[in-house]
Design a binder for this molecule. Sequence first.
Ligand SMILES: Nc1ncnc2c1ncn2[C@@H]1O[C@H](COP(=O)(O)OP(=O)(O)OP(=O)(O)O)[C@@H](O)[C@H]1O
Ligand SMILES: [Mg+2]
Length: 320
Amino acid sequence: MIRFEQVTKRYPDGTTAVDDLSFEVAEGELVTLVGPSGCGKTTTMMMVNRLVEPTSGRVLVDGRDVAGVDPVALRRKIGYVIQQVGLFPHRTVLDNTATVPALLGWKKAAARARAAELLELVGLDPAVHGPRYPAQLSGGQRQRVGVARALAADPPVLLMDEPFGAVDPVVRERLQNEFLALQATVRKTVLLVTHDIEEAVRMGDRMAVYGEGRIEQFDTPATVLASPATPYVADFVGGDRALKRLAVTPVTAEDLDPLPDGAAPTGDPRSVPLGGSLKDALALLLQDDSGQLTVTGDDGRPLGTLTPAGVHRALRRSAA
Ligand SMILES: Nc1ncnc2c1ncn2[C@@H]1O[C@H](COP(=O)(O)OP(=O)(O)OP(=O)(O)O)[C@@H](O)[C@H]1O
Ligand SMILES: [Mg+2]
């Protein structure tokens, strides 16, 4: 859906922001771009909607080189959540959310109705928050408005530049979860920029780890954590990468020990579903001394038990 072909961007002052970049984002996929400040993430994103033009190489959206697409028409199909949210301070939250539909020439009532629907989708009450100005919202609420505004015209592609950057870790995790739940239904093709490795791992179907102007590794979070491609990536993902992997590794049937003889515990509060994360399982395991958990299937029936040795096996297997 989005394809970079050997893209280089040199700014007029000689700064090479992005150097020979090639990667592809599939339809409905969420790819995170992660790396330190100044490594070229925003520049990459802005070449998709032509806010920045490549010096060489091509960017294709839906099979078409964007260089040949009218920027206005292009941006109608691409929602954009900018770094620092960027709401208009003198417009109400409802009107901010209706910006793109209004630009597209929708009737005012239709644009506002759509905006109200979107505010609800991101967990804001249009009656309460809609008439307010951005300064009258919390940081997390403003970021939700940014996401609602980007989704308002129902674009197939979404660019999000540090969309949850300006809030504390607790609110950030809530916004991330809400967005993942939303994405599970709207299935946009998403590029999400962050400098936070935890966010990149948690949100990405795949992730691009940037060094200076280059992608050092492009793969699933589980693979990046298990097998960093370069010493730089290993350093960037952190010495605790094995722990981070717990969050992206599911409990599978192979990791289980048989159920104890005769025992068929149902409704056991100390149980996790097959396919749940090892992180959740380990957190439960550590809560008492029994050293085992029941793992249940889709129908809630117990399938087997998970022990610390099983957690270890699962991590080893997923690294292989
Ligand atoms: N208009 C410009 N003219 C010259 N250099 C620029 C321009 N915009 C960005 N740069 C430089 O290009 C490099 C990449 O910038 P970019 O904004 O893409 O980084 P980033 O990865 O988004 O960083 P951050 O995490 O701080 O937002 C930086 O060295 C930056 O100083
Ligand atoms: Mg940036």
